[in-house]
Design a protein around this ligand. Structure first.
Ligand code: FMN
Length: 158
């Protein structure tokens, strides 16, 4: 099933929150997706074995940082266990203290609306309170590896 899911190319995001002690938590995620425009809702899921589960369950807000193709090393770092993930990362605090990472191409500042355990993941639903974007090529994850997307060939006129 994992290999079949890999046929579905996705973007790559780092999802962050402020932990109760004031530190930051964050991980690389490709389960992020849109859910509703009115109201503006997004979703993502976090493995129940994640060291960050408690922090995300307790946080009032989370931020979604959509990575640019130039941020592939950050994507790798934020999926590695034991890494000092935020060391040297240029960022500023968004709503609820959830960090916004400089150099991303999209930012969604979300208030957690609901979470629900489903199988081996917890589904998070957030209401988007602020969002912004910047020009740039997005990082892509497809067939288990990072890629950079090319534009499709133009439509042929008949
Ligand atoms: C491209 C990619 C996408 C990922 N997407 C998710 C995801 O959506 N949800 C998740 O829980 N883990 C996801 N992971 C795994 C996490 O990045 C991380 O390895 C895992 O959460 C373990 O770290 P933690 O215990 O600090 O959370 C993904 C990893 C990669 C490389």
């Amino acid at each position: 099933m994992r290999e079949c899911l890999g046929t579905f190319a996705t973007g790559v995001a780092i999802i962050t929150a402020q932990a109760q002690g004031g530190g930051f938590v964050g991980l690389t995620a490709n389960s992020f997706n849109s859910l509703s425009l009115t109201p503006p809702l997004v979703l993502w899921s976090l493995g129940t074995r994640s060291a960050n589960l408690e922090a995300f369950l307790c946080a009032s807000h989370f931020s979604v940082n959509v990575l640019s193709a130039a941020q592939v090393e950050l994507a790798r770092r934020f999926s590695r266990q034991g890494a000092n993930r935020f060391a040297g990362v240029p960022l500023h605090e968004g709503l609820g203290g959830a960090p916004l990472i400089d150099g991303a191409i999209g930012w969604f500042e979300c208030e957690t609306q609901a979470h629900s355990r489903q199988g081996d993941h917890v589904l998070f639903i957030g209401e988007v309170r602020r969002c912004a974007r910047a020009p740039g090529n997005g990082l892509v994850f497809h067939h288990g590896s990072y890629r950079v997307a090319d534009a499709a060939p133009p439509e042929q006129s008949a």
